[in-house]
Write a protein that binds this ligand. Structure first.
Ligand code: FES
Ligand code: FE2
Length: 420
């Protein structure tokens, strides 16, 4: 059945039932049907079933290290506020005042000893408790109007939130990923540079593009100077049969850097450490470090390859000996996606002395721009009613299949559970 017939059929069914039908008849190892990438109904389901239920990476501990530091993020319809309290604990709240709903904080980052709503100055503590609400009358019970909490966790220098009432278990994520990240001490780093761009493409197209390097030769001349195009890196095969990788893993493990390939049982996240191309230690144009000072005081080894993390649906990452590059993806609409890229360096590294921002960022800026171009062209082509999903490359697109399998299985399980 072609995509057009599928979307026109069964109009008496709900959007969720129609999506379940498409999921049930899905051909394995084949691109998704058109509606997944452009329909408002499917986007609504993505928000409800994935974005409002899973743990999402929002930012780094080192961005809000002190009491009163906060960051804000918009997740679908939900403005969210993450703050650090006086005791150093993190809290996340819905950034919607309990009076008449105004956003309390509008800046992306800031510092405040209290959270004061700009509209009528209701004032909340850093723990979300309503402390003051002027002229509300004697019967007003402040304790009923605290900020609504959102699940929040920190792991390896990464802050995560979950909007679900009952969040999925995070302790397993911590157990499996923290050992890889702990030696890099990202919670003590600093963001040397960050920027946000919008891609006119569905969030899944952005992920699919990330999960393969089939497109790298033609599109990423800057990246492939240092990033091996080996399909095992983006794929689901651990590459333990590759002698060079096996030797590097053995070395890194021997100096306390977990490196071997690990993917979660449900396929939502993966960590592994890969050597860059021979002679390269960092994502720069010549492969030499971008930062003179090592990222972590705990690591003396100058070549730690790149520690790769993906965690669906929000983040992919590269952590090297001299710096880390982290990516946060958030959906804005069925066909627009926001990508925020951050470069982390040692907190005492000095710009202009230890690193040059242009040199630090040029490879991934160029790579992001090329990826935006290919994803946008992908979206424009998929918008065509003539678009017809084809099989993935068995050599290069295992990683794409792994992502779409994860997505489809997640939706199928949750839609079926909700249908009950
Ligand atoms: S909406 Fe926040 S104080 Fe009125
Ligand atoms: Fe790319």
């Amino acid at each position: 059945m072609n995509a057009r017939a599928s979307s026109d059929a069964d109009l008496t069914l709900t959007a969720r039932e129609r999506m379940l039908r498409r999921l049930h008849r899905r051909r394995p190892a084949t691109a998704l049907e058109r509606d997944f990438y452009l329909s408002a109904e499917d986007y609504r389901i993505d928000l409800d079933m994935i974005w409002y239920r899973d743990w999402l990476f929002v930012g780094h501990d080192c961005e809000i290290p002190n009491s009163g530091n906060f960051m804000t993020v918009q997740i679908g319809e939900y403005p969210i506020l993450v703050v650090r309290d006086r005791e150093g604990s993190l809290h996340a709240f819905h950034n919607s005042c309990r009076h008449r709903g105004s956003r309390i904080c509008s800046a992306e980052h800031g510092t405040s000893p209290r959270l004061v709503c700009p509209y009528h100055q209701w004032t909340y503590g850093l723990d979300g408790r309503l402390l003051a609400a002027r002229d509300m009358g004697a019967s007003f019970d402040k304790s009923q109007f605290n900020l609504k909490p959102v699940h929040c966790a920190s792991m390896g220098g990464y802050i995560w939130v979950c909007l679900a009432q009952a969040a999925p278990d995070f302790e397993r994520v911590r157990l499996e990923l923290e050992p890889y990240f702990a030696p890099h001490r990202l919670h003590e780093a600093k963001v040397a540079f960050e920027y946000t761009m919008v891609e006119n493409a569905n969030w899944k197209l952005v992920w699919e593009n990330n999960r393969e390097c089939y497109h790298c030769t033609a599109n990423h001349p800057e990246l492939i100077r240092t990033f091996p195009e080996d399909p095992t890196i983006t794929g689901v095969d651990g590459a333990s049969n590759n002698p060079r990788i096996a030797a590097r893993w053995a070395h890194w493990e021997s100096i306390g850097l977990p490196s071997t390939f690990h993917i979660s049982a449900d396929g939502q996240y993966r960590a592994t450490r890969y050597p860059l191309v021979e002679g390269a230690t960092s994502f720069t144009m010549d492969g030499t470090p971008a930062v003179r000072r090592a990222l972590s005081d705990a690591i003396r080894e100058p070549d730690t390859g790149s520690l790769l993390l993906f965690h669906f649906p929000t983040t992919w990452n590269h952590v090297m000996a001299d710096h880390a590059t982290t990516f946060r993806l958030l959906p804005l609409s069925p066909t627009t996606t926001q990508l925020t890229t951050k470069w982390l360096v040692h907190k005492d590294a000095v710009e202009g002395v230890d690193y040059d921002v242009q040199r630090l960022t040029e490879v991934w800026k160029a790579t992001n721009e090329a990826d935006r171009r290919v994803c946008q062209e992908n979206q424009l082509g998929v918008n065509s009613p003539a678009y017809d999903p084809a099989p993935y490359s068995t050599v290069h697109e295992d990683g794409v299949a792994q992502f779409t399998d994860w997505y489809c299985k997640r939706l199928e399980e949750r839609l079926s559970d909700d249908a009950g």
